[in-house]
Design a protein around this ligand. Structure first.
Ligand SMILES: Cc1cc2nc3c(=O)[nH]c(=O)nc-3n(C[C@H](O)[C@H](O)[C@H](O)COP(=O)(O)OP(=O)(O)OC[C@H]3O[C@@H](n4cnc5c(N)ncnc54)[C@H](O)[C@@H]3O)c2cc1C
Length: 335
């Protein structure tokens, strides 16, 4: 029996090998094929692809929160091939692209703009082969074998500079360490890039939707493609419980003045008594302002509950085409 299978991608072509013990997504990324994905833990439902030939076995039990895999589809981050496969991957070009690398990253600086968010500047060796696109994320590899994902908030560059926005979660394995103890010259082991939360070409006006540190990859999109986004017309809805959850909102407002085509709408769900701005759930504010999203694209990032609520409501109530909702859900993987 063959110990590797061939996975063919359609309609553009391209193929890669996958062993029976490898997930389809891991094998694809290792070969430089960027199938759509986000959490890589089976819960965000971003990596489903139609399977037009062959069969797969999905990991069991299915992770909590995972939707059932629709008939004829494959959840690539949880699927192991049972033979050769043909997958429909219309957004994936024929030629493989960037590769994932594992590399040591030196801490250059740690700022703490709020009581629970650390902004961490890292540097990887410029010769390490680590490259990323605006909107992608890395995994921090912990000493005990666990890994934690963090979006890159800065512009891709040739100096190996990376910026993370880490929210401290009480009792967590990595984020309290990052907030309380991380300091210049510390070394982190990272792997990446991962993720397909990147700006898609087009002319449609854009809704940017962030909760808390979900702003990080949106900052990368704005910093890298600010003029293009402004030209399309965009509104950034940034939600938190309190003003301090929008940890760099003043600098965003200052930056936004350069790009009048990008509007900023802060939304607080548990505001201080003197707050005079928008209140409630951040996705509800979008629906109040834009009841018809049929001509928009939405880029949403942060709390998985917010992402699910936004996707469901925008599609059902505001006519957003499902294919125009792009997201990275910050699902918690405690493994
Ligand atoms: C694609 C992606 C991108 C992300 N980007 C970012 C980002 O840019 N910024 C950011 O801040 N976060 C981001 N996250 C979330 C991040 O990866 C971590 O999940 C988060 O920082 C918590 O990690 P931790 O090790 O501190 O906590 P964990 O150890 O994962 O614990 C998280 C919480 O669960 C509780 N907990 C732990 N174990 C258990 C258990 N067995 N039962 C019940 N509760 C438990 C802990 O007390 C804690 O409150 C992203 C996630 C994904 C998937």
């Amino acid at each position: 029996m063959s110990d590797t299978f061939q996975i063919q991608l359609e309609p553009h072509g391209g193929s890669f090998a996958c062993t029976p013990a490898q997930t389809v997504l891991d094998a694809a990324i290792a070969a430089g094929y960027w199938l759509p994905h986000s959490c890589r833990a089976g819960t965000c439902n971003s990596c489903h692809l139609a399977l037009s030939a062959g069969d797969v076995r999905h990991a069991e039990p299915a992770p909590a929160g995972a939707e059932p895999v629709p008939a004829g589809q494959c959840r690539t981050c949880q699927a192991f091939p049972l033979g050769d496969l043909v997958l429909q991957a219309p957004d994936v070009p024929k030629e493989p692209g960037q590769r994932v690398v594992t590399v040591g990253a030196r801490v250059l600086d740690v700022q703490r703009p709020s009581a629970d968010v650390a902004i961490v500047q890292l540097q990887v060796p410029a010769a390490s082969g680590f490259h990323f696109q605006a909107g992608q994320y890395i995994d921090v590899l912990l000493k005990d074998g666990a890994r934690r994902s963090y979006s890159l908030a800065n512009v891709p560059n040739t100096e190996g500079l990376l910026e993370l926005h880490v929210r401290r979660m009480d009792g967590g394995r990595f984020s309290p360490h990052a907030y309380d103890k991380l300091k210049p010259r510390d070394l982190l082991r990272i792997q990446g890039p991962y993720g397909t939360f990147v700006l898609h070409k087009g002319t449609a006006p854009i809704v940017l939707l962030a909760s808390g540190t979900g702003y990080a990859p949106i900052a990368a999109l704005l910093r890298s493609h600010g003029a293009a986004i402004a030209q399309r017309g965009a509104v950034l809805y940034w939600g938190g419980r309190r003003w301090s959850d929008l940890y760099v909102v003043e600098s965003v407002a200052a930056w936004q003045a350069q790009f009048p085509g990008v509007q900023l709408v802060p939304v607080l769900s548990q505001p201080e008594a003197d707050w005079q701005g928008r209140t409630g759930f951040v996705h509800a504010a979008v629906l109040q302002d834009l009841p018809d999203l049929s001509g928009h694209e939405v880029y949403a990032c942060g709390n998985p509950l917010m992402i699910d609520a936004a996707r469901d409501a925008f599609i059902a109530q505001a006519g957003l085409p499902a294919a125009h909702f792009f997201c990275d859900a910050f699902v918690i993987n405690t493994a």
